[in-house]
Write a protein that binds this ligand. Structure first.
Ligand code: TYC
Length: 99
């Protein structure tokens, strides 16, 4: 493999982890500006990119926040759900495997 020259099948061999999309879901109640803030705070998006993703979700029902290894995706989802609940918004997000 590309990173395995002289070390094929040795202890240092690595492979990329399975990756997961974090998907934001639309609802009728969560304010648009709250969703934009979530995308900036938890997914590192610029205000412009966050607005694009929020509008994609608003118009098409779902949108991709990012693609991460399983533990990172799970942590971001927990953070978003806890923050949304703390403000009494019904915002939902889920993960799905890539490929
Ligand atoms: N549909 C919501 C509204 O009209 C906005 C919204 C966008 C909610 C994205 C959730 O993931 C979401 N206020």
């Amino acid at each position: 493999s590309s990173s395995g020259v002289l070390l094929e099948k040795q202890a240092s061999r690595t492979k990329p982890p399975p990756m997961y999309r974090v998907i934001l879901l639309n609802d009728d109640y969560t304010p648009m500006e709250f969703v934009v803030h979530v995308l900036q705070r938890f997914f590192g998006k610029s205000e412009e990119e966050a607005m694009k993703i929020m509008l994609q979700v608003h118009h098409e029902g779902r949108g991709v926040c990012g693609v991460y290894p399983h533990d990172v995706a799970a942590t971001r989802i927990t953070q978003v759900l806890q923050f949304a609940r703390s403000r009494q918004h019904p915002l939902q997000c889920v993960m799905e495997p890539v490929g």
